[in-house]
Design a protein around this ligand. Structure first.
Ligand SMILES: Nc1nc2c(c(=O)[nH]1)N[C@@H](CN(C=O)c1ccc(C(=O)N[C@@H](CCC(=O)O)C(=O)O)cc1)CN2
Length: 303
């Protein structure tokens, strides 16, 4: 039998309670604003994992009262067609958040499309204006997965200040913004990546008080890489095909082994994934309120 010592950082439960708060907030503000918040999730092609995530995002939106303006494009869609779709959503006053589900097929330039989304509607926090605000520690829309990790740590009273944190992975979606958010919270942050040697990864990981692997490699982090008492937040997503053809999800961390060494652990599934969706809803609500406030102050100024 598995002897679990670590506290479970339950992202699923926290995401559920955040969604209840969002629902109440929307119900209170909607009569004043005169319309619900709107979110457009753009998906291209038939990637089965993306289809699940997009469905989760749309379901969660509908639960809290966010209107969906999602569009699903065939894998043959062109860059120009997507640019036109983004331009129309940028101009649509009922749409507060726009998200381009990643990855995109290789004939498309994802960066150019992400840059085309108006920063005020960038619900994913991936536009360079929002990433730049993060670098400067200014308010702005923050990338959902790392923001979800920070919220999960806060919920369990884990303060990164003065702690050694190691982020494994340097993607623009998770690794880089994650390192910046931990730095903003006053951790001493290191980043390991594909060019980090196995022995350096081992040294850095064993010194880390907070370990955040975000690579997508099952079993990358075993108990031998974890400092006793460390907090481990698994952000890796690995979709494993079962012998019968069905799938299950796992992360970068050997959950059973690491649970015996760590003081707290966020699992996959049930950890950061649901928090990613919750923070997307939160960003959309923030954009909704901000655009309403902007319009109100413009209307006052025009009087
Ligand atoms: N534009 C974006 N694309 C992608 C992002 C992103 O943040 N923005 N992140 C990942 C996938 N992702 C969000 O899109 C995501 C991953 C996982 C989950 C989640 O809820 N996982 C559940 C299990 C879900 C299931 O398979 O049933 C869990 O971990 O418990 C949500 C969103 C790549 N693309």
């Amino acid at each position: 039998m598995t002897d679990i010592a670590a506290r479970l950082l339950d992202g699923k439960a926290l995401a559920r309670s955040l969604q209840n708060e969002y629902k109440k907030r929307i119900a209170t503000l909607e009569p004043k604003i005169g319309r619900p918040p709107g979110l457009a999730v753009l998906m291209v092609g038939e990637n089965p994992a993306s289809a699940v995530y997009v469905r989760n995002k749309e379901r969660a939106s509908s639960k809290v009262g966010i209107a969906s303006f999602g569009q699903h494009f065939p894998v043959t869609v062109t860059q120009t067609e997507l640019e036109v779709a983004i331009d129309l959503l940028n101009a649509d006053d009922c749409v507060d958040g726009i998200l381009l589900q990643l990855p995109l097929p290789s004939h498309l330039d994802a960066t150019a499309l992400l840059y085309r989304i108006r920063p005020e509607k960038d619900a994913d926090g991936l536009h360079p204006v929002n990433l730049g605000r993060l670098v400067r520690s200014e308010p702005g829309l923050r990338s959902c997965t790392p923001a979800g990790v920070m919220r999960l740590l806060a919920e369990y009273d884990i303060d990164p200040a003065g702690k050694r944190a190691l982020v494994v992975g340097r993607s623009i979606l998770v690794g880089k913004p994650m390192a910046l958010m931990l730095l903003e919270a006053n951790a001493s942050v290191a980043i390991a990546h594909s060019h980090t040697s196995a022995s350096d990864l081992c040294d850095l990981a064993r010194k880390a008080d907070i370990l955040v692997p975000a690579v997508g490699k099952a079993g990358l982090i075993g108990p031998e890489l974890v400092k006793p008492g460390a907090v481990v937040v698994d952000v890796g997503i690995v979709r494993v095909t079962n012998p019968d053809g069905s799938h299950h999800l796992t992360g970068d961390v050997d959950f059973d082994g690491v649970s015996r060494v760590a003081s707290a652990i966020a699992p996959v599934p049930g950890g950061v994934g649901p928090m990613t969706v919750a923070l997307l809803l939160e960003n959309t609500i923030t954009s909704w309120v901000t655009s309403w406030e902007r319009r109100r102050s413009e209307a006052h100024a025009a009087l």
